[in-house]
Design a binder for this molecule. Structure first.
Ligand code: GDP
Length: 329
């Protein structure tokens, strides 16, 4: 899947660039002394180019899809990202200018001075880069995390599979989607998010589960998790909420039901309630859910019961929840 950060080339940290050039210097040769010293500065230029490239390929934050913008915001202060992009770009320009000047000076001066000029230029350029070291490092770290987290495509119609821990969310996703679900890393949560895709004719529908996000009462959510709920709001689609009615269910029906109400409210999405583990149902639990929740579908993700029905319901609800244009794409 294409993501806005996939193509951003991550440069080395400032100190690593300086050390890399420093280590290469003795190996760099030229036909004349002047040429050798110029080649050394050109080697430095090639490294500084990496920062130019990095900044220019970094997506414009304002133009990001709200889902990604929210994700960047969870990870880092957006203003700081913007300031550091600007500073890193400027620093790279200044470093290039310093290197160009060094090269030009070597050209015009006597051969005996060439090595001293190279050293001075090397020192000056390195201190320009070092002044912005923290900003550059911050951007590199943010980018590395952004590159890792992306397997969600906000342009696809999405089914968010929610429910308490252990109710069968990831089992359900792997049954409904053909390929093995991908694992996505998100700043939202320390847990892995499962992302799977179901192809219906021309349509591709994305399924994600929500460990650590929508699986416990709101009062227990911290600031970051609250923002992640916001990020999920930016995905177009519906929620499938899974109840577990097996005798071993982790949460009682009371808790599962309050989570259900909360998820419906927070996600602002149409929700299909599903009663899972029907193959092992506890009658009391089952009746409790039935008494509280209307139109719940009965399934067993594990034993493949009721899944075709559920698929049909998902398609029907997605079709009416999204504008046709999006689904027909
Ligand atoms: P998640 O934490 O909600 O993603 O739950 P998992 O998909 O990891 O499932 C938790 C446990 O429930 C696993 O041991 C599954 O094998 C089991 N499980 C999932 N679906 C069913 C089902 O339909 N019937 C039964 N009996 N067990 C199930």
């Amino acid at each position: 899947l294409r993501t806005p950060f996939e193509r951003v080339p991550v440069p080395p940290e400032v100190d690593d660039v300086i050390n890399l050039v420093l280590n290469r210097l003795p190996k760099i040769q030229g036909k004349t002394v002047k040429e050798r010293e110029i080649n050394r500065l050109l080697t430095y230029m090639n490294q500084v180019e990496k920062y130019k490239d990095f900044v220019s390929k970094f997506p414009r934050v304002e133009k990001l899809h709200p889902f990604y913008k929210e994700s960047v915001e969870i990870l880092a202060d957006i203003d700081r990202v913007k300031i550091c992009l600007f500073n890193t770009s400027r620093t790279a320009d200044l470093a290039m200018k310093s290197l160009r000047e060094g090269i030009n000076t070597i050209k015009t001066k006597d051969e005996k001075e060439a090595n001293a000029i190279m050293r001075r230029t090397f020192g000056r350029t390195s201190s320009i880069l070092r002044k912005n070291r923290e900003c550059t490092s911050f951007l590199i770290k943010v980018t590395v995390q952004l590159k890792r987290m992306m397997a969600v495509d906000p342009s696809l119609p999405t089914v968010i599979v929610a429910g308490a821990p252990n109710v069968g969310k990831s089992t359900l996703i792997s049954k409904l989607t053909r390929a093995k679900p991908e694992i996505a890393n998100y700043p939202f949560t320390t847990k892995d998010i499962h992302v799977g895709h179901m192809r219906m004719g021309e349509r591709l529908i994305q399924f994600i589960d929500t460990p650590g996000i929508l699986d416990r009462p709101n009062t227990e959510r911290n600031q970051i998790e609250l923002r992640s709920v916001n990020a999920l709001k930016n995905l177009k689609g519906i929620v499938v909420f899974v109840f577990d009615v097996s005798p071993l269910s982790y949460y009682g029906i009371e808790d599962q039901y309050s989570l259900f109400k909360e998820v419906k409210e927070l996600s602002e999405k149409r929700t299909i309630p599903v009663i899972n583990k029907i193959d092992e149902k506890d009658d009391t639990y089952y009746n409790e859910v039935r008494a509280r929740v209307e139109n719940a579908l009965e399934i067993s993700a594990d034993k493949d019961i009721g899944l075709e029905e559920l698929k049909k319901e998902i398609l029907k609800m997605l079709g009416t929840s999204l504008d046709r244009g999006l689904l027909d794409n």
